[in-house]
Design a protein around this ligand. Sequence first.
Ligand SMILES: Nc1ncnc2c1ncn2[C@@H]1O[C@H](COP(=O)(O)OP(=O)(O)O)[C@@H](O)[C@H]1O
Ligand SMILES: [Mg+2]
Length: 293
Amino acid sequence: MTPDLLEQGARRIEQRRAALEASKANTESGGRNAGIGRIATPGEVDVTHGRILYLEDVSVSFDGFKAINKLSLDIAPGELRCIIGPNGAGKTTMMDIITGKTRPDEGTVFFGSTIDLLRHTEPQIAQLGIGRKFQKPTVFEQLTVFENLELALKTNKGVKSSMFFRLDSEQSDRLAETLVTIHLADSVSRMAGNLSHGQKQWLEIGMLLMQDPKLLLLDEPVAGMTDEETARTAELFLSLKGKHSLMVVEHDMSFIKTISEIVTVLCDGSVLAQGTLDQVQADERVIEVYLGR
Ligand SMILES: Nc1ncnc2c1ncn2[C@@H]1O[C@H](COP(=O)(O)OP(=O)(O)O)[C@@H](O)[C@H]1O
Ligand SMILES: [Mg+2]
């Protein structure tokens, strides 16, 4: 072979390699193998490895301060995981990372075993099926309960024109079911602004449920609720467990006691302890961080 033929061949091989790399980068897993002998279905969360959420060695610094420090944690499909920890432990920042609001400096964040969340934007992550409830309720006060839930559907799944939007039968069923779940079936036409604080929180959870999320992240959901509202919220979460996976950050220990299976204690940006509530509450290191502050 002449040198120019050799060169041409080498160039062609390089082009093919580059094209292969580019096509890999377009997949959700970024070209990582989904696993031997399995085909990842687009749009489906692959939980065959028994995890819906997987964080490994995640770190993020703000002005040199490590808010999240080599955090590793995973959640099983259908699990209701409670996260506790002193103020500043990094609980909200962890949720910011999962939902794409904050990018970590390093680490791995996967939704199922094939979706690399660090390759997705905040709206894409919501579309993939991760719903988030912030501390403050953010319902539309001037709209009715029904309209709020309807709106949550319209803003989802790229419905082109909300002007011509009509609920299909599956959506109507989900709306009716959600109203019962969030204890607002008898308040359908009430203005959201006139609901109690607890009811507003439930309505917002209902708005998330309208989008049928696979994973729900809830940051201090019972803060400011009455005891009765807190008890009903515990019931609500227990009814969601199994159908959805939930990650609940809360300070209210009696609430945690009612709903929890596994509790993860976060401190200084990483996991300090994990186990049943009784186990973590008996842990010397946990006692120390709570008493020491
Ligand atoms: N955007 C930010 N810029 C600078 N510091 C931040 C930012 N977000 C969080 N922090 C800091 O990171 C630490 C963890 O905060 P946060 O995740 O809100 O804790 P928690 O929710 O457990 O109370 C705190 O010290 C907080 O001040
Ligand atoms: Mg917080």
